[in-house]
Design a protein around this ligand. Structure first.
Ligand code: GLN
Length: 304
């Protein structure tokens, strides 16, 4: 398969699309990012890399970071994690409060904000310095040192993230946070601000396509069974209330973020990432989704 040729074709098609979606502005700092950025990277499990566009340029990973914290939490907690957070699609927007009340403060899944806050709490309880631990984890995964928080983005979200503040307090009231909401939120806003490029993202997530073993650093990150579970949750919950549409159009376990990035896993073969900051109604990258759909249609590769 000539992946480079296909990436080139996808790029040409996507470039011609006028409707590019809307850059997130509810986190003011994110609204400053130009909507004409576009990048893709594909990395095979034998570490061959194919790229197009601004694949080395870092952007705000936002919710994509939740897959790294979930991997850490699964390794810390094992099965007991699922007592504190569910694994069913929510069918509501990623920052919704609705289900939390009737479901007694147990978030539907780890990829909506409420679930990610519980995951953050687990990491804070485990490590003396939670923020250092997530940076260290990602740096080791991609074998790159320049993975950092974007302090401007973290501050911008802390100043405006009233809904996340509400979620954290609500969950605390149901006794599903051990730490203080303000500390959990500080960790959460920082993890969301982590900046990575498409190339770095494909390296850091390659273990998900390789049964939990990172072929770049020759290290096992998590077990085969947990890798299966991580990919399943990515497929059913990784793109929020658009997970059905994503599975239908792309057919790969995927994680998106409101910074406009998406990373998608083809088990045993490769990881593909895309970045285009303009979002659709659900908060997923509009052209990113289109590009992944074109890619899986042209290659006839998907998990189905
Ligand atoms: N930091 C964002 C928020 O909490 C992450 C959401 C996202 O990327 N979907 O709203």
């Amino acid at each position: 398969m000539d992946y480079q040729k296909i990436l080139n074709e996808v790029y040409e098609e996507v470039k011609g699309i006028k409707e590019k979606g809307k850059v997130a502005d509810y986190i003011p700092e994110l609204s400053l990012v130009a909507n004409d950025n576009f990048a893709m990277a594909l990395r095979t499990v034998d570490n061959r890399l194919y790229t197009i566009g601004e694949s080395k340029k870092q952007f705000s990973t936002q919710s994509i970071s939740k897959l790294f914290t979930l991997t850490m939490a699964i390794n810390i907690e094992g099965k007991t994690l699922w007592k504190r957070v569910g694994k069913e699609p929510a069918g509501t927007s990623f920052n919704s409060l609705i289900q939390l009340e009737s479901e007694n403060g147990v978030p539907r899944n780890p990829f909506i904000n409420s679930g990610a806050l519980v995951v953050s709490d687990i990491i804070l309880s485990e490590y003396e310095n939670g923020k250092e631990s997530i940076l260290k984890f990602i740096r080791e995964l991609c074998n790159c040192e320049n993975i950092n928080f974007d302090e401007k983005v973290a501050k911008s979200e802390a100043e405006t993230g009233y809904r996340n503040v509400a979620l954290a307090n609500f969950i605390k009231d149901f006794n599903n946070l051990d730490n203080e909401p303000k500390d959990v939120l500080d960790f959460y806003f920082h993890q969301c601000s982590i900046a990575m490029s498409c190339e770095e993202l494909t390296a850091a997530t390659l273990f998900l396509a390789n049964q939990g073993y990172n072929p770049i650093t020759a290290k096992r990150i998590t077990s085969e069974s947990r890798t299966k579970r991580l990919n399943s949750i990515l497929l059913t919950c990784g793109t929020y209330d658009a997970a059905g549409d994503f599975a239908f159009r792309v057919g790969l376990p995927s994680k998106s973020g409101v910074g406009g990035g998406i990373v998608a896993i083809m088990p045993h073969q490769f990881v593909i990432s895309v970045w285009s900051p303009g979002l659709d109604y659900h908060g997923n990258s509009l052209l990113g989704l289109k590009a992944l759909e074109l890619f899986t249609e042209k290659t006839d590769i998907s998990i189905f």
